[in-house]
Design a protein around this ligand. Structure first.
Ligand code: NAD
Length: 531
């Protein structure tokens, strides 16, 4: 039987089959949940949220701290479950699954209350009132997650949503189901340990149709992470019920390597950006723009590094690169590589399914040089272990080509010149730019994360991400106890002049005009008082 693939169509079978992409081994099944099953999960979550929404930040922090302790205690087991579902290596799992989740927990424990405490605002000319924003829970937050980082994709939206007082129902990917069900038990154990209802977190399983059911289940908001194509479908269904959405879609991040860059530093960063998790990252460095003056040196450096990579089943030995999670991704990558080679790109190494590892879904670590923008691989997300090297004349060409792409998620630039770095960073159309490094913006949880163009709508992480899990409620209170309001009704002759003069008194330029208008206000008030 074929691996279940990401698709909105139903499987012909009545269960999801969980399979290790690195070995082909089948190790479990999970239900394909329909609308009724999803609705029931949302109802259980909603019931549990009533008490959770009343808890203090201190109580929520205690849960998150327990969760962090539990993750540290079970780190290896969590990593290995993620490797089994996704085919990545334990080092990639530690770096991409565990590390960012721990950092998100640390950030939320340390700063979550600061970010969600009522925020005073100016009351304008209404000096007798005070104004503030209160961040109240939404209710039940729905998350639709992809497969590339099973633990991270489940936990990262869940942590801020829970801290903000919500229940969370996550539709996990059909390719990350087995590990996610294990992680759910871990989460529920932690909640139980603090006396909270474990039904507060729910995992629903199935294909795209189950995701659609979650959007239609009455949840207050949807956080979707996945492809732009499915992001459009999610937004269309959400529009029917006016369900707000945050969409974290794909990326095709440019990395610009200037002629004054430290080439070893840039080469190491490029290796991380291209080969972490076999390139299956939304912020993968999919396009490397290298200045002509250093192009040949840089290519020689990365070629050596790539040729030394060892690929194999990550849980059966020490390897640098694992398998691709999704079998059909191999065909997508091959199509892009073949198109580039046909149009003149140089294949320096790799470029095919690994013939030594037929049992799993392995694509060889690949280097493509002399790529140009006629080739599809500069425009379409490849999500694979292919380093794409584009020669550029100068800064202007690098920026122009970096922006010549429908995606706009992350980006990076390598140069020793700070002014040049700032100049280039300011011109790149992206949600994030990192200077002289790869991907660090994600590890700084105080920063918002999210893309422009077809890379997404809205932000996660930072105070923006926490507040996206809330209703930002405007509350106006008494500053001075003035009990007499302005009675406009019944409207009389002096009523309109009163309002007009009040507007002039507040907004006119200069003290004379203001004083004149204030006199008009007084006159109108006297007339109204006379009846
Ligand atoms: P995908 O869009 O195929 O699936 C994502 C999730 O959506 C899965 O749970 C899937 O079952 C569900 N889904 C599929 N069709 C749906 C529909 N019509 N309605 C509702 N739900 C539906 O994505 P994927 O293949 O799992 O993940 C890879 C994509 O995700 C890439 O494009 C990648 O760049 C992107 N991604 C983005 C980020 C980010 O933060 N920007 C992070 C990781 C992955």
């Amino acid at each position: 039987m074929d691996m279940p693939v990401s698709s909105p169509t139903e499987s012909p079978n009545d269960a999801l089959i969980c399979r290790d992409p690195a070995t082909g081994e089948v190790y479990g099944e999970a239900p394909i949940m329909d609308q009724a099953a999803v609705d029931a999960a949302v109802a259980r979550a909603r019931k549990a949220q009533v008490a959770w929404g009343q808890t203090s930040f201190a109580e929520r922090r205690a849960v998150l701290r327990d969760l962090l302790d539990r993750i540290l205690a079970d780190q290896e087991a969590i990593s290995r479950a993620a490797c089994r579902d996704s085919g990545k290596t334990p080092v990639d799992a530690a770096m991409g699954e565990i590390f960012p989740v721990c950092e998100k927990l640390r950030y939320t424990i340390r700063y979550g209350e600061r970010d969600l405490s009522p925020s005073p605002r100016r009351s304008g000319f209404l000096l007798h009132k005070s104004a503030r924003v209160e961040y109240t829970p939404l209710g039940v937050v729905g998350v639709i997650a992809p497969w590339n980082f099973p633990f991270h994709n489940l936990l990262c939206p869940l942590v801020p949503a829970l801290f903000a007082g919500n229940a969370v129902v996550t539709k996990v990917s059909e390719l990350a189901t087995w590990s996610s069900l294990g992680y759910l038990e871990l989460l529920r154990d932690v909640l139980r340990g603090r006396g909270h209802d474990p039904e507060l977190v729910q995992v629903v399983t199935g294909y795209g149709a189950t995701g659609q059911a979650l959007i239609r289940s009455g949840v207050e908001k949807i956080f979707f992470t996945g492809s732009p194509e499915n992001g459009r479908r999610v937004m269309a269904t959400a529009a029917e019920g006016l369900v707000p959405v945050v969409l974290e879609l794909g990326g095709k991040d440019p990395m610009i390597i200037c002629d004054d860059a430290d080439l070893d530093q840039a080469a190491d960063a490029a290796m991380l950006g291209v080969f972490t998790a076999c390139g299956q990252m939304c912020v993968g460095a999919e396009r490397l723009y290298v200045f002509d003056a250093v192009y040949d040196d840089f290519v020689a450096k990365v070629r050596r590094r790539v040729e030394a990579l060892r690929q194999g089943p990550p849980l059966r030995g020490e390897f640098d690169v694992g398998a691709m999670t999704m079998p059909r991704q191999l065909d997508i990558i091959q199509g892009l590589v073949d198109d580039a080679v046909a149009k003149g790109a140089q294949l320096l190494t790799g470029g095919r399914r690994n013939p030594d590892l037929p049992q799993g879904t392995y694509y060889e670590p690949t280097v493509l040089a002399e790529v140009d923008h006629r080739m599809r691989i500069t425009q379409e997300e490849q999500f694979g272990p292919v380093m794409v090297l584009i020669r550029v004349r100068d800064e202007a060409e690098a920026v122009r080509l970096a922006n010549d792409c429908p995606y706009g998620l992350g980006s990076s630039v390598f140069t020793r010149d700070r002014q040049r770095a700032d100049r280039i960073a300011a011109q790149i159309d992206a949600g994030m730019t990192v200077v002289n490094d790869y991907g660090l913006a994600y590890m700084m949880q105080d920063l918002p994360f999210g893309g422009v163009k077809i890379s997404g709508v809205g932000k996660i992480n930072g105070r923006e991400g926490l507040r996206a899990c809330c209703n930002a409620k405007a509350v106006v209170r008494d500053r001075l106890p003035i009990r007499k309001g302005i009675a406009l009704y019944p409207v009389r002759e002096a009523t309109e002049p009163l309002v007009n003069e009040a507007i002039r008194a507040i907004y006119s330029r200069g003290p004379i005009a203001k004083a004149k208008a204030a006199f008009g206000v007084a006159r109108a008030l006297v007339e109204l008082a006379r009846g």
